[in-house]
Write a new protein. Structure first.
Length: 390
């Protein structure tokens, strides 16, 4: 009866079963997988949500790409970051996940594929399959720093490939695209008639400002390009459900893309009016949350770097930006067994590398969002357990 887009048999893995067991027994543990900014003790301005109560929110003026005032506010936010983006190229969405779905509908027929980075955000496969699209991996490689395997990506491109997805900076490796990589990917997309989708939800969380990075895929204009962002990560407000995409590239491609996107967006009209009406104030007044998150992830990353030398078998992979850190740990036992020990003996939950499709073991992924006292206590236990296993 049901579509194959949704898997019918998702067996609980040992880790999720162990977490469920502890939760039902009300055993507390430190959660270093926490990536929900509303749960980590940030101070949200008390009056922030007053912006949602403006009387204008009682009117309904359906606009496929969103209200002009809200899109102007997004354009203004790009100006703050030193980028010129015209309102006509901005499309509001309910979230980045929805933006992916709209783009897959725009670009792909059922059975087509999109190239996605590995290791990266684990949701790509689900997002693609919900739109009857295949996610084909291309690899990020680590040689002291992360780089895109551009040759591998070229080889992975098929006659059914419609887009290349980049995450800049990537989750969880924290690697920004380098200029030469962006140029190579854009040239490949242009030559093969592919779109370039840049997920830049973490772009403002720079952890190491010394390292070279490209702040946006929008800095090139060769290929049909979509830059994705939103309030979820940009202001730590995932519950408000407002994201955006910026359409860029040669006019001959952006024009038909925008015409078709308008039809798709007009079919759903998924962004609520109050959040659009409130957007200028949210962007202005919510910036203190972004600053707190930036301070938090930077502080926790530095604390991890400072603590790690006490455990010489563990290395903290260099992270240039984002909300995560990656530890390489001795592969004397499986990631799963180490993670279960951490949970059951040390009362710390971390993500295994396999969750993000690291090509080999053993890696652990730590969220840098938790409160400093939680982070320091839990990270010390992770380092000690991994060292003891060496
Ligand atoms: C790389 C990346 N893109 C997109 C998202 C989802 O963002 P949104 O809440 O806007 O759907 C996440 C959430 O963790 C993410 O890590």
């Amino acid at each position: 009866m049901f579509s194959k887009r949704v898997a019918s048999d998702l067996p609980p893995n040992r880790l999720s079963a162990a977490v469920a067991r502890l939760r039902s027994a009300r055993v507390e543990f430190d959660d270093l997988t926490e990536s929900n900014p509303t749960r980590v003790g940030l101070q949200y301005p008390a009056r922030l949500l007053e912006a949602l109560a403006a009387p204008a929110g009682l009117g309904y003026n359906p606009q496929p790409f969103g209200l002009a005032s809200a899109r102007d506010a997004v354009a203004g936010d790009f100006r703050r970051r030193g980028m010129r983006v015209s309102r006509d190229r901005i499309v509001l969405t309910a979230s980045t996940s929805e933006a992916y779905s709209l783009l897959f509908k725009l670009l792909c027929d059922p059975g087509d594929d999109v190239l996605v980075p590995v290791p990266s955000y684990p949701l790509f496969e689900y997002l693609a399959s919900l739109d009857a699209v295949r996610a084909r991996p291309y690899h990020l490689e680590f040689h002291g720093a992360w780089s895109v395997d551009v040759d591998g990506l070229t080889r992975a491109t098929t006659s059914r490939t419609k887009a290349v997805v980049v995450v800049n900076p990537n989750n969880p490796t924290g690697s920004y695209l380098k200029r030469a990589e962006l140029d190579a990917l854009a040239a490949h997309c242009r030559a093969r008639g592919l779109a370039l989708i840049g997920d830049e939800v973490f772009s403002e969380y720079v952890l190491d400002a010394e390292l070279p990075r490209t702040s946006s895929v929008l800095s090139q204009r060769q290929a049909l390009t979509f830059g994705l962002g939103g309030l979820s990560k940009g202001l730590g407000l995932p519950q408000l459900k407002l994201g955006w995409m910026v359409v860029a590239g040669p006019d001959a491609l952006t024009r038909p893309a925008l015409e078709r996107l308008e039809l798709i967006c007009d079919t759903y009209l998924s962004v609520s009016t109050p959040v659009q009406e409130g957007l200028p104030a949210l962007l202005a007044e919510g910036s203190s949350v972004r600053t707190q998150i930036r301070d938090r992830v930077t502080r926790n990353y530095r604390a991890l770097l400072a603590a790690a030398p006490r455990c010489p078998s563990v290395s903290v992979l260099p992270s240039e930006g984002g909300w995560y850190a990656v530890l390489q740990v001795p592969a004397m036992q499986s990631e799963e067994s180490l993670i279960l020990q951490l949970l059951e003996r040390d009362r710390v939950l971390v993500h295994p590398g396999y969750f993000f499709d690291f090509p080999r073991e053993a890696f652990l992924v730590l969220s840098l969002l938790p409160r400093p006292e939680t982070f320091d206590r839990a990270a010390a236990r992770v380092l000690a357990r991994a060292e003891a296993a060496a």
